[in-house]
Design a protein around this ligand. Structure first.
Ligand code: C2O
Ligand code: CU
Ligand code: CU
Length: 548
């Protein structure tokens, strides 16, 4: 991958991402410069539901249950999660089979404390192998959910030879690309288990909203779509002491889009609906699958009753490909301030006030909204400026009553944000994120190459600071495992207001480049970076990040 030493020049051509191999894509077939001029609002194609959709703001907002630990002894919390099929009611009166963590969609929330280790024993009772990744976690590689570190379900054919396989022989060979076998990849380093696996998270990291989700090679997008996503919240005493809205005035909001088939099931344009053999989606959806139903915490366009006070919203975009630009609009047409207090990797140094909050797949925003100016009985709709028709609506708040508010938004939120400077960087690397070829078909590539678990892409030294320059053809939300980073620039200009704080996902817009800086701290081992448009990720847009 394009690597050069600090100080070496980079041509303007590369900086702008012009002249790279651009795929010929029907949906997203824009040259970088044309895309830069047009900046299409979406990357992906809309999949329409085949059943009538409910009116908005009828279903109450569910709050995912907090998972109870099976043990809190010895300074660590132990949890057990069974991954299994369940039938849930998402649309009123419609039964929808989903894949779940512990029977619910989204999965249960794990509440944890910074520095207090958590072990989650996952048991796979689904019909396919799974992998669990804690997104945003600073996790030893063995528990980070590398895409070939499969947990095989009971009865899944024993894989072939090569690699480690705890308890059950070897791990498979042959690539699981278009049309081959059981999605097994030749990866001699894979650690495969059968039925269960313990994932251990030391959580030596800042308090933040994390999420866990499936990360299986080639099939992450459909697995998340079917329901394999949940929240893990990390807190600490300093954050608790800030006086931000808390208790029932702190709301996790997991936003996803989905589409429904005529039989009430979730629709998804997988080339192989069994998710066993051929990866990828049908032609029009290669840019990403966009649903026409907006869910928050698993409910369609829900409504939530609030007091006329401040609320803290912990927002996650768990959509595969849909971007949002969120606004909170009262019935009299006023836009409420969204006071951002945190980013992907926790608290900002100081609050940043937005009227519009762009959120790409996998990004999180921690915002405080104040309903005290809204009359009792009034309503505040959360709107997505990038949507159209029904997908413009996200959810609504109904202000039910006046109430006392003891919360506050301190001017200083946190003093421990890393302030890496360019001069700290030992290396600058360049990466392009573009359409390309995967097994002779449409795909998505980083620096021209589709993901290969057996290839070495980037090797970094533990503790070293690097600057990465990323350039995109269409929208690519780029995510790094293990580390948080700061955004230094966008297309040579200052970062945007919502780029503040410590991030683990940066949303590149069409034709845009961004510079990020990070220290590769934490653990040695094999990690990843990839596009978090989940369809792009499955169709090649991922690379290895080895920390040595
Ligand atoms: Cu949210 Cu590699 O993942
Ligand atoms: Cu991640
Ligand atoms: Cu992408």
């Amino acid at each position: 991958m394009g690597e050069h030493d600090v100080g070496s020049g980079m041509t303007r051509r590369r900086m702008l991402g012009i002249g790279g191999t651009l795929g010929s894509m029907a949906v997203t077939g824009l040259s970088a410069s044309a895309a830069m001029a047009r900046r299409p609002a979406v990357t992906g194609a809309l999949l329409r539901s085949a059943i009538p959709l409910p009116p908005p703001f009828q279903v109450p907002l569910p709050i995912p249950a907090v998972l109870k630990p099976v043990s809190t002894a010895g300074g660590a919390d132990r949890y057990e999660i069974t991954q299994r099929e369940a039938t849930v009611e998402i649309l009123p009166g419609v039964r929808t089979p989903v894949w779940t963590y512990e029977g619910t969609f989204p999965g249960p929330t794990i509440e944890s404390r910074s520095g207090r280790p958590v072990t989650v024993t996952h048991r796979n009772e689904l019909p396919v192998p799974t992998v669990v990744h804690l997104h945003g976690g600073r996790t030893p590689a063995a528990s980070d959910g590398y895409p070939t570190d499969l947990v095989l379900p009971e009865g899944w054919p024993d894989p072939g030879h090569g690699g480690h396989h705890r308890g059950h022989g070897g791990h498979g060979s042959g690539h699981g690309g278009h049309g081959s076998g059981h999605g097994m990849h030749h990866d001699p380093r894979a650690v495969v288990t059968r039925l269960t696996r313990d994932y251990t998270f030391p959580l030596e990291q800042r308090p933040a909203l994390l999420w866990y989700h499936d990360h299986r090679m080639d099939f992450t997008a459909p697995a998340i779509w079917r329901g394999l996503a949940g929240l893990q919240i990390v807190r600490d005493d300093a954050e608790d002491a800030l006086g931000l809205p808390a208790g029932r005035r702190e709301l996790p909001l997991v936003i996803m889009d989905r589409s429904f088939a005529a039989d009430g099931g979730l629709d998804y344009p997988a080339l192989d609906p069994t998710l066993r053999g051929r990866l990828g989606v049908r032609e029009p959806y290669i840019g990403g699958v966009l649903g026409d139903v907006i869910l928050v915490n698993g409910a369609p366009w829900p409504v939530h009753e609030v007091d006329a006070v401040r609320y803290r919203l912990r927002i996650l975009n768990a959509s595969n490909a849909r971007h949002y630009e969120l606004e909170a609009v009262s019935d009299d047409g006023r836009r409420l301030d969204l006071v951002q207090v945190g980013a992907d990797q926790g608290l900002l140094a100081a609050p940043v006030t937005h009227r519009v909050l762009p959120i790409a797949p996998a990004e999180r925003y921690d915002v405080v909204i104040d309903f005290s100016g809204v009359p009792v009985g009034g309503r505040v709709r959360v709107v997505n400026r990038l949507g159209s028709g029904r997908t413009r609506e996200v959810m609504a708040f109904r202000v039910a009553r006046k109430a006392a508010d003891g919360s506050r938004i301190p001017r200083v939120l946190s003093g421990d944000l890393p302030a890496w400077r360019r001069s700290d960087a030992v290396r600058v690397r360049d990466f392009s994120f573009r359409a390309g070829r995967l097994h002779g078909d449409h795909g998505w590539v980083i620096d021209g190459l589709p993901f290969d678990p057996a290839r070495s892409d980037v090797t970094v030294g533990l503790g070293e600071v690097e600057v990465w320059r990323l350039v995109a053809d269409v929208h690519h939300p780029v995510h790094l495992h293990l580390v948080g980073f700061r955004i230094l620039s966008r297309s040579g200009r200052l970062p945007l207001p919502h780029d503040a704080g410590l991030k683990d996902t940066v949303a590149l817009r069409p034709g845009e480049s961004a510079e990020i800086i990070t220290r590769f701290d934490g653990y040695r081992g094999r990690y990843l970076f990839h596009c978090h448009n989940a369809e792009h990720e499955d169709m090649g847009m991922m690379a290895n990040l080895e920390v040595v």
